[in-house]
Design a protein around this ligand. Structure first.
Ligand SMILES: [Zn+2]
Length: 133
């Protein structure tokens, strides 16, 4: 399975400092207390700039998901990657890979998942989700 290599830029620097430590950082509005997904630069609830980063608990539930099928190799079955839209315990929604499914297992809406981190060679650590035990 090929893994996406992600590199940081000025906008993602703090986020990837977090993933390198094993923390999923999200935005926290210091004005109204709402949480927002990492890409929000202004609070979606009150429009104030959301300067603060806080670590998410890392627990989430699946909202929706899709399977991305790769091409089969000579002897190998077609690789499959599942990408899920998850709702973090704090409220924000994120898209991320959903790994750790058993062969033939399908995710379902409301499925409990926990964050984990992949460390692709040459790239930033990226958050993925695994089924909760
Ligand atoms: Zn706010």
């Amino acid at each position: 399975m090929t893994t996406l290599v992600v590199r940081r830029d000025a906008a993602t620097e703090k986020f990837f400092d977090g993933t390198a430590r094993g923390e999923l950082l999200i935005r926290h509005c210091t004005a109204c207390g709402a949480h927002a997904a990492p890409q929000f630069e202004a609070c979606p609830a009150c429009q104030e700039p959301t300067a603060a980063w806080v670590p998410a608990a890392g627990t989430a539930t699946v909202i929706s998901w899709t399977a991305i099928h790769g091409r089969p190799g000579d002897d190998a079955p077609a690789p499959q990657r599942v990408v899920a839209l998850v709702e973090l315990a704090e409220g924000p929604w994120l898209y991320a890979a959903l790994n750790g499914l058993r062969a033939g297992e399908r995710p379902w809406p409301g499925m409990s998942v926990n964050v984990a981190f992949e460390h692709p060679e040459g790239g930033e650590a990226i958050p993925v989700f695994l089924p909760a035990a």
